[in-house]
Design a binder for this molecule. Sequence first.
Ligand code: ACO
Length: 333
Amino acid sequence: MKAVITAIAHHVPEGVYDNNWFAQKIDTTDEWIKTRTGISERHFAFEGGLTDIIVPAAEAVLKQRGITAEDIDCIIIATVTPDRIFPSSAAILQRKIGAKNAWGFDLAGACSGFLYALVTASKLIESGASKKLLLVGGDKMSSIIDFEDRTTCVLFGDGCGAVILEPSESDEYGVMDHILRMDGNGEVHLHQKAGGSMRTPTIETVTNKEHYVYQEGQAVFKAAVKGMADVSYEIMERNHMTADDVAWLIPHQANLRIIDATAERMGLSKEKVMINIDRYGNTTAGTIPICLSELYQTNKVKKGDYLVLSSFGAGYTWGSVLLRWSLEHNEKA
Ligand code: ACO
């Protein structure tokens, strides 16, 4: 038995902010942001919490699948920007959508959150512990970025993607293989300094802007180029596949140059690489499910296609998933 995706949707806040919006506020240019990252615009919600972004996506997947929230038995939300540290955003979402028969939890894997959660969720389905699982990857990065720090604020956006996972009698579709990695030595280069139990919030931590993303861009860039390319190539190789067998690479959208390096290592042509970083920036745990949802909504993915999903983020965390697409042609596209 395998876990398969039976519905998929995404949601981003309405507010769109292009590079020139930043150029009017801080010392940056549209040219720098585009050439160094590939980003042109991103969406931010300056009001509400993460679950306000998730509710429309969750309602859309339930509708698409033709079930009610009460049919869901488990909710997993991959995020590093939960509404609150506790209760979990999974619990808050459960109340908001009325999924009263579901238990659930949040999973903090940063940019690899969706892949970590997809593998975890698949195991719950494969073991029989869950029959209808609502899995969300999403972040409200606007809540943890310093809009005066040009080295980080231009990189991120808000958004989420949601899927319903269910068991399939056939072993032909779903999560076929995964490689998940972590190296805690990456903490020093990418973290949030305060807010957790190690450094609780004080007037000083707020004044020092310690509640925002701290990133040493170049160090993370180097690790990401190697990490994401390595696992993407490795999962192809160990499944005896070549670039011809892969329909799509769905990479985490942090930087177009990291994505290009990964595709090059796999020998994939550009047409097989899903890219939407230009419109959304880095939505952290949201990037991969948003990419998948857009591919499905535009009918660019067929049942039976092999997809390689890959990510790299804070931790460091990174990984790849080989997914065989399970949904039929999207009639409504
Ligand atoms: N506008 C103009 N100039 C800028 C900007 C900006 N927005 N930001 C930085 N610069 C300047 C720097 O100050 C530096 O100037 P200097 O040479 O005078 O010192 C120059 O541009 C080059 O800076 P670099 O940091 O070397 O730029 P780089 O080419 O490395 O690009 C970036 C920076 C985009 C952050 C890149 O390093 C990157 O993508 N890193 C990886 C990000 C990533 O993958 N993160 C993981 C996921 S995030 C998560 O898990 C939460």
